[in-house]
Design a protein around this ligand. Structure first.
Ligand code: GTP
Ligand code: MG
Length: 282
């Protein structure tokens, strides 16, 4: 940081002490300008990306939670991604989205986000807006907790406080107790989780509980979907595969006019299906 000191000293500038402070200020001001520009470009890029993604009816699930809870480890584990997961604070600063394919063929998008900390200052919230904007547009929030941490409860509260500031109350939530392998009494912890609503116990590291996690995500996503009955003409096969990919199909029936589907689908997609839904009105 102080490499410019020598240069200044070499020039034998009068009143050097003051000058150095001036130089420091200028360097920092320049850096702030550069960083602000970068931040603006990240936000613009993410927005364009989200708009593009908005045209495809894929449900987005966001991982939120205290820093070091294991969000990136969970994303990597489920998607084979190679997002930096490290035992240090704020390992992740840039949101990353990957596709998760479940055993039953269903898919959803999973976004890793920056970790929260206690008393996240409002100015810092502003700086993290690029990643936080991502959260407000998701279909489901998965709150990842390091349940082996002695201060797990305080960390949960801290995360809830930040979420309250973000105006995401209407988005469904799922609680994930991670690092159960490291808990002092894993069996008891699992038992505790089972007693609670919308709480899943996992170990992102060992893979324990990941199937249950995916099923719970699927169930929760279903809550945010709408029920449709539609007759899909044979030449609109792409709609049918999208329903299977992102919806939950209860029944399909082949008729001479097309395929009759009864399913839960994401709201945006239901709108695209509107013309076909009218077809089933007798
Ligand atoms: N024992 C154990 N360690 C885990 C588990 N999941 C994650 N870890 C470890 O916890 C540390 C933090 O994991 P990350 O995935 O980087 O945590 P993060 O929530 O993404 O953290 P930030 O990006 O800082 O918000 C790493 O050293 C992981 O190996 C788990 O299930 N069990
Ligand atoms: Mg991370």
């Amino acid at each position: 940081m102080w490499t410019h000191l020598e240069r200044q000293a070499g020039g034998r500038v009068k009143g050097m002490g003051e000058k150095q402070i001036e130089v420091d200020k200028r360097i920092l001001r320049d850096q702030i300008i550069v960083l602000k520009k970068e931040l603006a470009s990240v936000r613009k890029h993410r927005k364009q990306y989200r708009n593009r993604r908005g045209s495809v009816p894929v449900p987005v699930v966001s991982l939120v939670g205290y820093t070091n809870a294991g969000k990136s480890t969970l994303l990597n584990r489920l998607t084979g991604a190679k997002v930096l997961a490290e035992d240090r604070l704020f390992a992740t600063l840039d949101p990353t989205t990957r596709r998760v394919q479940m055993k039953n063929g269903n898919e959803f998008l999973l976004t890793d986000t920056v970790g929260f900390i206690q008393k996240l200052p409002t100015t810092l919230v502003a700086a993290f807006r690029a990643t936080l904007e991502e959260i407000s547009e998701s279909s489901l929030l998965v709150h990842v907790v390091d349940i082996s941490h002695p201060l797990a409860e305080q960390q949960i509260d801290a995360v809830d406080k930040v979420l309250a500031e973000l105006d995401v109350a209407s988005i469904p939530k799922l609680m994930v107790w991670n690092k159960v392998d490291k808990a002092s009494d894993p069996l008891r912890t699992k038992f505790e989780a089972e007693k609670r609503e919308d709480t899943i116990c996992i170990s992102a590291l060992s893979g324990d509980g990941l199937d249950e996690f995916c099923n719970a995500v699927q169930d929760k996503l279903k809550d945010s979907m709408v029920w449709v009955e539609a007759l899909i003409p044979f030449d609109k096969g792409e709609f049918l595969s999208t329903i299977h990919q992102f919806g939950v199909v209860e029944r399909t029936e082949y008729t001479e006019n097309g395929t009759m589907v009864r399913a839960f689908v994401p709201l945006r997609f239901a709108r695209l299906l509107t013309p076909m839904r009218q077809l089933c009105v007798p």
